[in-house]
Write a protein that binds this ligand. Structure first.
Ligand SMILES: Nc1ncnc2c1ncn2[C@@H]1O[C@H](COP(=O)(O)OP(=O)(O)O)[C@@H](O)[C@H]1O
Ligand SMILES: N[C@@H](CCOP(=O)(O)O)C(=O)O
Length: 307
């Protein structure tokens, strides 16, 4: 049996719609094993939206690898241990896709290169901003091209923390993409190009004072925040507590605030504020570091199955 650990991820990071994302130290474990025949899928905790048949996202991701390399297991057992909350903008689907591809590649003897796995994952997810950091870790700038992903990975220092606010309601990425406008104004495109470029420079040089300005966005947040009644309150409380920028995580509804030194004081101030504020939803709060490893082998046990 092969066991793979794959991180959560937060995409967009403000202005970098569909092209910037970071892996976070919150993980799903995917255990896979070739069996005599059939497909057995188990999941804990379970959720009605996790399919137990060929529609399961991890299985579908694994199948893209089998189709690509022309090798198929006789049967397959998949056990999912899920820490990443579903449909909250923290890359649960990207973790399934990148983790499934990574696990399938191990199962079939490592026929695909890392570049090929990154491409397959981005193609399946439709954008490379979650799937690439889920696969290789770090903070990634990525563009999906016709046959490859062009990307740069930046290893995030532990000094930078990601304060994550997770509400008790879900928002599917598909829905949150469908509500975006087909066209945007030229000045809004210019606004985002400047901020995304500034973000890339600020994060890689450690010039965190620029981050509050560099995480502004006009491409998706103005539309999506209407679906998240507490958005402005959470962003404002984070900035007042000293965050270096706060923005929607992926398509939402989770919100992330960047915190530098003094994160313990920030954490206490935020917890006090959350306890005393009137909010439409209940919000979980946790402080995470970036994961710089991506999908990794957790354990390998030999199987009795003979070929
Ligand atoms: N552990 C899992 N196992 C199987 N399918 C999953 C798992 N986690 C998420 N999914 C699938 O991904 C969907 C959520 O994807 P999406 O709307 O993109 O949200 P997210 O922001 O969490 O990626 C779920 O409805 C489910 O179909
Ligand atoms: N760039 C995408 C990212 C979606 O991330 P998810 O974690 O919410 O699936 C978008 O903004 O739609």
């Amino acid at each position: 049996m092969i066991s793979v650990k794959v991180p959560a991820s937060s995409a967009n990071l403000g202005a970098g719609f569909d092209c910037m994302g970071v892996a976070l130290k919150l993980y799903n474990i995917i255990e896979v094993e070739e069996i005599e025949k059939g497909l057995i899928i188990t999941s804990s905790p379970d959720d009605p939206s996790i399919a137990k048949d060929e529609n399961n996202l991890v299985f579908r991701a694994m199948k893209t690898v089998f189709d690509e390399v022309g090798w198929y297991p006789r049967g397959l057992r998949i056990n999912l241990i899920n820490e990443i909350p579903l449909t909250r903008g923290l890359g649960s689907s990207a973790a399934c896709i990148s983790g499934g591809i990574y696990a399938a590649n191990l199962l079939c003897g490592g026929k695909l290169s890392e570049e090929e796995m990154i491409y397959l994952a981005a193609k399946m997810e439709g954008h490379p901003d979650n799937s690439t950091p889920a696969m290789i870790g770090g903070l990634v700038f990525a563009v999906l091209e016709d046959k490859k992903v062009n990307y740069i990975k930046f290893v995030v220092p532990a000094r930078l923390k990601f304060a994550v606010f997770i509400p008790d309601f879900q928002l599917s990425t598909e829905y949150a993409r469908n509500i975006l406008p087909k066209y945007i104004e030229f000045k809004d495109a210019v606004f985002n190009i400047g901020r995304a470029t500034l973000f890339a420079s600020a994060i890689t040089t450690g010039n965190y004072e620029l981050l509050p300005a560099a995480t502004q966005d006009r491409l998706h947040q103005p539309y999506r925040k209407k679906l998240i009644p507490d958005f402005d309150k959470i962003v404002n409380l984070s900035l007042e507590a000293g965050a270096k920028g706060a923005f929607l995580s992926g398509a939402g509804p989770s919100i992330i605030a960047l915190v530098d030194e003094n994160y313990e004081i920030f954490e206490q101030n935020v917890k006090n504020a959350l306890a005393s504020m009137e909010l439409a939803a209940n919000w979980d709060f946790m402080i995470l570091e970036a994961d710089n490893s991506g999908a990794t082998v957790f354990s390998v046990q030999s199987t009795s199955l003979k070929r």
